[in-house]
Each structure stands twice: as structure tokens, then as C-alpha cells.
Design a protein around this ligand. Structure first.
Ligand code: NAD
Ligand code: DAU
Length: 358
């Protein structure tokens, strides 16, 4: 029976991926996650007693542990999600990003190389190391620029983006130097169920429900391309099944929006679905606050390669995806309360306390 090792599977995208992988394929997963503030086993509650989900609490930078897991479970593929993922945290404290995203990925690659080299020829040929990366490695676009393609030069602007760029380069080098069968995906902004409410969309939903202000950095006209998380998961399954080793694939939703449009859309859906909020209309809660340092102006993805070569297309429109997402948060207020722990409240004070209104 096929087994896959997933890293960071207790986080937002990883947990959505594991659920959909087991539902679609019935195959078993070993989930290695350190359970940082962003990792939460409640995200996988439905799999608690499912023998196809084997959870291991541990660090990707623990080379010995990763080596032992690979020898024991003999996976056919690794999908590497584990990372520090929030840009604002990387600005206030970059060190964890270097340790996990760069050194952690390096140790994963080293352990994987030793394992892969020990495999029999047939299994060796089928093995894949899929590295989940971001469009932020390409830097910032102006309004008139063409979207990022796989050959856009890297120009990361935040410590987060720089650490992901470094990990992408390491992955590339393990293919070129050692022939390790790696593939990298560079995806745009995800949204959907189980996203930790430090990122824009879930933060706005959980604040609005409580009548708290909705902080918009700068003029609110920074543009992101938004992709529903289930579509990202289907893209990863497609790339695993049909992607060419040594290649990179851009994944995006063809859904560019500026932050004000995103927040107004969330507010309008909440006005309809949650008319009992303390403040209606919810858009009255919008507040412009001091900008993020080095704030990238625009990201846009040209995903024509994965569409043309592998036949992947996103299924969910932004309007429907946002509606589903708002509904999910309204139906899971217990999950929201659980993740808004002491650590979360500390982060909100650190990031927003010193951000005067503009
Ligand atoms: P997340 O922050 O929600 O989850 C990260 C997970 O990794 C958590 O479960 C955490 O406990 C785990 N983790 C962190 N450090 C670890 C370590 N040293 N060892 C083991 N586990 C560790 O992140 P996410 O939003 O789900 O993103 C997952 C991946 O996708 C990241 O690599 C990110 O760069 C990439 N990505 C995210 C987006 C997005 O919009 N969220 C878009 C493109 C790419
Ligand atoms: O592009 C892919 C990336 O998308 C991923 O690699 C990252 O892991 C993920 O966090 C995300 O990065 P962003 O910085 O784009 O996401 P975030 O939700 O933090 O911010 C989205 C936009 O909203 C950005 O322009 C900053 C703005 N923003 C964010 C927050 C948290 C605000 O205006 N106010 C806020 O309070």
C-alpha cells in the first residue's frame, strides 16, 4: 500500500490536503508536524481514529527523526508544506523563518537523499519530493506588469519570501546535483477553512463577527491573486501524478483583487449571513493603519503551464469560495475560540498595538 510523508500537515493547507488526499485516494499519510502556534490537531479532528492518518510530532530540522520515519514507513512521495508562513511575523522576528524554512528544508533534503539512494530502481524512479512554495519569491509587480511565469527572476522582499526563495534554490540544486526527483509549486494566496486568523481573510471574518476593527495596511490597494484552498490541494495532487521532475509549476486562481475589494466582499457576505453582529454594516469597522514594511504592491500568477501541460484548472470562483469560507467560520466558532489562545492575543497586541491609524 502506498504511503506519503506530509510535513506541516497540521497547518492550514496541509490539513486540507491530508483530508482531501485520504478522501480521494484512500492512501495512508504520515504527518510530521512540530505543532507550532500555527499547527493544530483540531484541524484533523475527523481523522482522529482513522488508521490512514499517522501523526508524528517533530521538527523537520531533526535529520535523525526524518531519517527514521523514512526508513520505517518507506514513503513513495513527500509533500513538504512545513514552514513559518506569515510575512508580518517574519518582519518582527525572522530567525524562526531561517531555521525552519531554510535549515529545515535542507535537513529534509539530506534525509530524503539518503533514503532515496537506498531504494530499489523501480521505487526510486517513482519517488517524488514535492516542495510547496509561494509566488512571493518573485517579488512585487506594478499594475501594468505581466503576471509571474516560472521564468520570472526571483526577487524576494520579506524575510519570509527570502527564506522560501532559499529553500526553492536548495530543492532545485538537489535535483541538478544529485538527481533527487523534486518538483516545486509556487502558489498564490490561499483562503478557506482552517486558516489561522492572523492572515487577512480569516482575521477580518473573526474580527467583524465580534465588532472589532478591520485593519487595512496602507491604502488597501495592494493586489493579491486568491485561490480557494481545495483548488490548491487538487493542483498538488495533479502535479504529483503528472508533473515532470526537476520542473516548477505556478499555481493561481486568476482572481486578482485589491485588499479593499476583498474586505468589502467579506463584509457584504457577513451582513447577509450574520445580521446579529454588534456592528452592521460590517464595512463600518474598516480602519486604515500603518503599512507593512516592504509591502509588495501586487502579485499575479500566470498558471498556463500547469493548465496546459497537466490539465489542472481551479474549480471555485472567488465569490463562491468567500461565501463558503465565511459560512465555515460562522459554523466553527468553537474552533475560532480555541485558536484565539493567549499566544494569539499576544501576537495581536504585538502586530497591531503599535500600528497607529492613518
Ligand atoms: P501554516 O502556517 O498554516 O502551517 C504551517 C505548519 O507547519 C504548521 O502546522 C506548523 O506547526 C508546521 N511547522 C512549522 N515549523 C515546523 C517545523 N520546524 N517542523 C515541523 N512542522 C513545522 O502554513 P500554510 O498557510 O498552511 O502554508 C503551508 C505551506 O504552503 C508553506 O510552505 C507556505 O510557504 C506555502 N504557501 C502558503 C500559501 C498561503 O496562502 N497560505 C500560499 C502559497 C504557499
Ligand atoms: O502569496 C502567497 C502568500 O500569501 C503565502 O506565501 C503566505 O504564506 C501567506 O501568508 C500570504 O501572504 P500575504 O502577505 O499576501 O498574506 P496576508 O494575509 O498576510 O496579507 C494579504 C494582504 O492583506 C497583504 O497585502 C497585507 C494585507 N493585510 C494583511 C493583514 C494581516 C492587511 O491589510 N491587514 C492585515 O491585518
Amino acid at each position: 500500500m502506498s504511503v506519503m510523508l506530509v510535513t506541516g500537515g497540521a497547518g492550514f493547507i496541509g490539513s486540507n490536503f491530508i483530508r482531501s488526499w485520504i478522501a480521494e485516494t484512500g492512501q495512508a499519510i504520515v504527518n510530521l508536524d512540530k505543532l507550532t502556534y500555527a499547527g493544530n490537531l483540531e484541524n484533523l479532528q475527523g481523522l482522529r481514529n482513522d488508521p490512514r492518518h499517522n501523526f508524528v510530532k517533530g521538527d523537520i530540522a531533526d535529520r535523525e527523526l526524518v531519517g527514521k520515519l523514512l526508513s520505517r514507513y518507506q514513503p513513495d512521495a513527500i509533500v513538504h508544506f512545513a514552514a513559518e508562513s506569515h510575512v508580518d511575523r517574519s518582519i518582527l522576528g525572522p530567525e524562526d523563518f531561517i531555521t525552519t524554512n531554510i535549515i529545515g528544508t535542507f535537513r529534509m533534503l539530506e534525509a530524503t537523499r539518503a533514503y532515496w539512494e537506498s531504494l530499489a530502481t523501480d521505487k526510486k524512479g517513482k519517488f517524488r519530493f514535492l516542495h510547496v512554495s509561494t509566488d512571493e519569491v518573485y517579488g512585487s509587480l506594478e499594475a501594468e506588469d505581466e503576471p509571474f511565469t516560472e521564468s520570472t527572476p526571483y526577487a524576494p522582499n520579506s524575510p519570509y519570501a527570502a527564506s522560501k526563495a532559499a529553500s526553492d534554490h536548495l530543492v532545485r540544486s538537489y535535483y541538478s546535483t544529485y538527481g533527487l526527483p523534486t518538483i516545486t509549486t509556487n502558489c498564490s494566496n490561499n483562503y478557506g477553512p482552517y486558516q489561522f486568523p492572523e492572515k487577512l481573510i480569516p482575521l477580518v471574518i473573526v474580527n467583524a463577527i465580534k465588532g472589532k476593527s478591520l485593519p487595512i495596511y496602507g491604502d488597501g490597494l495592494n493586489v493579491r491573486d486568491w485561490l480557494y484552498v481545495a483548488d490548491h490541494c487538487s493542483a498538488i495532487r495533479t502535479v504529483l501524478a503528472r508533473g515532470r521532475v526537476g520542473e516548477t509549476y505556478n499555481i493561481g486562481g486568476d482572481s486578482e483583487k485589491n485588499n479593499l475589494e476583498v474586505v468589502h466582499t467579506v463584509c457584504a457576505v457577513l451582513d447577509e449571513l450574520h445580521p446579529d453582529s454588534p456592528v452592521i454594516p460590517h464595512a463600518k469597522l474598516i480602519k486604515f493603519v500603518k503599512d507593512r514594511s516592504g509591502h509588495d504592491r501586487r502579485y499575479a500568477i500566470d498558471a498556463s503551464k500547469v493548465k496546459r501541460d497537466l490539465g489542472w484548472v481551479p474549480q471555485q470562483s472567488f465569490a463562491d469560495g468567500i461565501r463558503e469560507t465565511v459560512k465555515w467560520y460562522l459554523d466553527h466558532l468553537d474552533w475560532v475560540a480555541q485558536v484565539q489562545s493567549g499566544e494569539y492575543r499576544k501576537w495581536i497586541d504585538i502586530n497591531y498595538g503599535g500600528r497607529q491609524l492613518i
